[in-house]
Design a binder for this molecule. Structure first.
Ligand code: SF4
Length: 933
């Protein structure tokens, strides 16, 4: 066994979550050379995680998710060895099985029977090798990615307008602009560090105007001068109206004439949308529409940020082009402080696009259906089977699995059973495949349950390569630890299979640097300035230079060897005639429209502290504190009409799929007639919160991006007979929870897991049943509190190991108190009594956690505001809230506004669910206390 190095080392890497791409510094106590046995303890060897002070994406800042990355590197739950049909296997056995199956299918059914479904979390090097294998050697373009769900509409719009998938602006432009327009993006929660840069820009330059265009009032509203809370999916109408307004007021005719084409056709399509029509169609006040239009025209510069609210639509490409049209018409592009700016949700969505990781791309921003591009790539790769046709995009790919056309799929680093729309169909499609291979870092997720072969891949802390963020900045993700167990890097796994398929020479990579150099070299092949994606100046870097590579924005070539901040500064675009294209937009309705049976519009989105399907952030107890369970936001007027109270369990149904059940949160930040649900929960964490069940396959006809923010659903309160909370030190299998209940959801805390259960039928759940099921030999105390509620507590050596509370009323579990009890080394009699009464001390009833970094809760904040600390800065000075990662600053601003207005109006708007218990502790008679051993 090798001896771990005794010196600490600084590792500079990149956050693996959102597309902001923040630099991260970590102190690793062990060197990469330690052997695998030592690595079993190695995750505890990482410490002192901070933002990289000199990284241009974050300059030292991190949001709450990035700050808690080290809590997600735990070994518990890691997949550490390959398996075939649930049985451990060697790598040789697993890659033999995969390559033999591919060979068989190629011989019998051809390359179209093979598919890869990959991920924006892969590194560029992984993505490059996967794409090369499929499109050059297997001969199938059926490789698509979860980035299809995230930014493919933005990509298609850029290609239509600019001739290439190019984000023209950069983060620095935030500091130089006069107007920020935030469309369909709650950046305060989804891209917090970028949002904080917007906040700072406004503090430094109070003249900066910020406009939020969103169907919801969100944490991002706190910095907006104007919020247009428009009707869902009416964005194209709003921006068509802006184009008409620009033409009437102050179009940049020089720029339009010299650098664009198609203006008149786009304008003709926009002509029906005068400000009165826009106001009516978007359900906005006309004066607010005019205020926005006037600012866009009058301000010297403007950046329009857009995200899922634009992209995840059956007309997402048109919406993005409607935005780009307005930048072209005013010449607000290619100059400091201006441009359309899609912000991506994934860490390496752009890196994946660079290597052609979508089914309708080749590599290095070349096109499959362009014969000259095909020849460049074929010659470069010496590829025997270069593809000639686009492959199937994600929705079509799973359809082809369902029809039997695709018989083999290899899923890498993503969880499509949870994230793709029409979950039931995705499950059926995977079951229909002859072989499903899943490479992942975790042992268990909803997709892995359907895998024939599971392969352990390396996670963030072990991976080594590059990623590209939303502003075209390539950064290194550096390995901090050696691979755990038998885990391998994705590029290694793919290369091993490629070698077994007979392509050893083309996939003989020794290290990520070999792949990066090949990728960089291909970007310059046959380019001659025809493609913006050109990093050929990096094609000959040495291993040492690759190790030390600092963040750099592409293009990086002979003329721009130090990278490029912004593009189109010369008014030249990458279309055939070098002019940008206006696109004539005819706004379309969503495909999933409401009916009498399904009268609500269902919107989806993100919570502040979770990411994607929680396979990583779900491991960090701290990240569950802000939002412990998925809640259904419903407008107070709708709730009143349906007699729904906070915390009632609501059943959502659409015209397809299984119903979804989750507790209600009465919330006036959404529009009447709309509902909102976060996306992160799955069947791994709850019984009925698989929200994609309710969404159809509706997708954009150009980009194929699914319409994941607009479904038509019904909502109905479920009649619950009994509720229960089970807090357990050990995880409880889902099968056991389903024996107890009709509905359950789980929340990971530091020292226990809290399960919330409900029974629909009048078939009471008895403590004795639960005790019997757990077969507990520990000391058990139980109390029937009356005919309403009862509590059980199991002790193991005077430590709490299980707490069960059942009742007819859905009380709110006080997770902070429960977690505290489980953390105690020994329980005292008084504490035992408080458990039996299920009644926490006052110190645990300070409301919702707002600042996770400094554990500051809503009631404490409200008291401080009432005592005069009524700005975010004053609250920070008094309570420290918002002074670390800053993710909660938007909420602090909202609480300040709400508290002030409640003082004025003597009314308190419901902010969250009811306090702990509706049963006053003093009225609960303890009828029995039994002790068993
Ligand atoms: Fe990571 Fe947060 Fe930065 Fe996004 S904003 S890259 S999640 S630290």
């Amino acid at each position: 066994m090798a001896t771990p190095a005794n010196t600490n080392r600084l590792v500079q890497s990149t956050c693996p979550y959102c597309g902001v791409g923040c630099g991260i510094d970590v102190i690793a106590a062990t060197a990469n050379t330690i052997d695998k046995v030592a690595s079993e303890q190695a995750n505890s060897a990482l410490s002192d995680l901070t933002g990289t002070a000199e990284h241009p994406a974050n300059f030292g800042r991190l949001c709450i998710k990035g700050s808690h990355l080290l809590e997600t590197t735990q070994l518990a739950g890691r997949m550490t060895s390959p398996s075939i049909e649930g049985e451990n296997a060697t790598w040789d056995e697993a890659t033999d099985a995969i390559s033999n199956k591919i060979k068989l299918l190629l011989a019998e059914h051809g390359p179209k029977s093979i598919a890869l479904y990959v991920s924006g979390q892969l590194l560029t090097e992984d993505y490059y090798v996967a794409n090369k294998l499929m499109k050059g050697f297997i001969g199938s373009a059926n490789i698509d990615t979860n980035s299809r769900l995230c930014m493919s509409s933005a990509v298609a719009a850029y290609k239509r307008a600019f001739g290439e998938d190019i984000v023209p602006t950069c983060y620095d432009d935030i500091d130089k602009t006069d107007l920020l327009v935030l469309v369909g993006s709650n950046a305060a929660w989804t891209h917090p560090v970028l949002f904080q840069r917007m906040e700072r820009a406004k503090q430094i330059n109070p003249a900066l105007k910020i406009i939020q265009i969103d169907t919801r009032r969100t944490a991002s509203s706190s910095i907006a001068d104007l919020h247009l809370q428009l009707k869902p999916s009416s964005d194209a109408v709003l921006f068509n109206g802006l184009l008409r307004y620009i033409d009437e007021q102050q179009a940049n005719t020089d720029f339009i004439d010299q650098a664009t084409c198609g203006y008149l056709a786009a304008l003709a399509a926009a002509m029906p949308y005068n400000t009165a029509n826009v106001a009516a169609l978007c359900d906005l006040e006309e004066a607010k529409v005019v205020e926005f239009y006037e600012l866009f025209v009058q301000q010297a510069s403007a950046i329009t940020f857009y995200s899922m609210g634009i992209n995840q639509s059956s007309s997402g490409v048109d919406k993005a082009n409607a935005i780009i049209n307005c930048h072209l018409a005013t010449g607000k592009i290619g100059v400091e402080g201006s441009g359309p700016f899609s912000i991506t949700g994934q860490p390496n969505a752009m890196g994946g696009r660079e290597v052609g990781g979508l089914a309708n791309m080749l590599a290095a921003h070349m096109d499959i259906e362009n014969s000259a591009h095909r020849k460049i790539v074929q010659d470069f790769w010496q590829a025997p089977n270069i593809v000639t046709q686009n492959g199937l995009k994600a929705v079509d790919m799973f359809d082809a699995m369902l029809s039997g056309e695709i018989k083999f799929v290899w899923i890498m680093g993503t969880n499509p059973v949870v994230s793709m729309p029409n979950r039931s169909k995705i499950e059926k499609a995977l079951k229909r495949c002859e072989m499903v291979v899943v490479s992942d870092v975790v042992q268990k997720n909803d997709t892995l349950t359907l895998a024939n072969i599971a392969l352990p891949a390396t996670p963030w802390s072990e991976k080594d390569g590059t990623v590209t963020n939303s502003e075209r900045c390539i950064s290194r993700q550096r390995s901090m630890l050696p691979p755990t167990g038998d885990a391998k890097h994705d590029w290694q796994i793919i290369s091993e299979v490629a070698k077994k398929l007979g392509f050893a020479e083309a996939f003989d990579y020794k290290q990520p640097c070999d792949i990066f150099k090949e990728h960089a070299s291909l970007s310059g092949a046959g380019n001659h300035g025809t493609r913006a994606f050109d990093i050929s100046a990096l094609a000959n870097i040495t291993q040492t230079q690759y190790e030390k590579l600092v963040p750099i924005q592409w293009p990086v070539n002979k003329t721009q060897p130090l990278g490029t901040k912004r593009l189109f500064t010369d008014g030249v675009f990458f279309t055939a005639n070098q002019k940008a294209n206006f696109i004539a937009i005819v706004p379309r309705l969503p495909e999933q429209i409401t009916t009498l049976d399904y009268p609500f519009i269902l919107n989806t989105g993100r919570t502040r502290d979770q990411w994607h399907t929680m396979t990583r952030t779900g491991n960090a107890a701290r990240l569950h504190q802000h939002t412990e369970q998925a809640l259904l936001s419903i407008h107070p007027i709708d709730a009143k009409r349906l007699i729904i109270n906070n915390n009632d369990i609501i059943e959502l149904k659409s015209s397809q799929g299984l119903p979804v059940l989750l507790p209600a949160l009465i919330d006036d930040s959404i529009r009447q007639g709309e509902l909102f649900v976060p996306i992160h929960w799955s069947k791994s964490s709850s019984s009925h919160v698989a929200i994609t069940e309710l969404f159809s396959d509706a997708n954009d006809p150009i980009s194929g991006q699914p319409e994941l923010k607009h479904a038509a659903v019904s909502a109905q309160k479920v009649n619950i007979q009994q509720f229960a909370h089970i807090s357990s030190r050990q995880p409880i299998p889902a099968t056991l929870l389903e024996e107890f209940s009709d509905y359950w959801t789980s929340t990971k805390l530091h020292d226990c897991i809290l399960y919330r259960l409900a029974l629909f039928t009048n078939n009471p759940l008895w403590l004795s049943d639960i005790q019997h099921k757990f077969n507990s030999s520990e000391t058990v105390l139980s109390a029937n509190l009356d005919n309403i509620a009862a509590t059980l507590v199991a002790l193991n050596n005077q430590r709490v190991s299980l707490v069960v509370h059942i009742g007819k009323v859905n009380t709110v579990a006080n997770s902070q108190w429960l977690d505290y009890l489980f953390a105690l080394p020994e329980i005292e009699a008084q504490q035992l009594h408080s458990i039996i009464r299920y009644s926490p001390d006052a110190s645990f009833t300070q409301g919702k956690l707002i600042c996770s970094c400094h554990t500051v809760r809503s009631k404490t904040i409200e008291e401080a505001i009432l005592n005069g600390s009524d700005t975010v800065e004053l609250l920070g000075a008094e309570l420290k809230c918002g002074t670390n990662c800053g993710s909660c600053k938007g909420e602090l601003a909202s609480i300040i506004a709400d508290t002030k207005s409640s003082v004025t109006s003597h009314e308190t708007r419901p902010r969250s669910a009811m306090p702990l218990s509706t049963i006053p502790a003093t009225t609960i008679p303890i009828i029995t206390i039994e002790t068993s051993k």
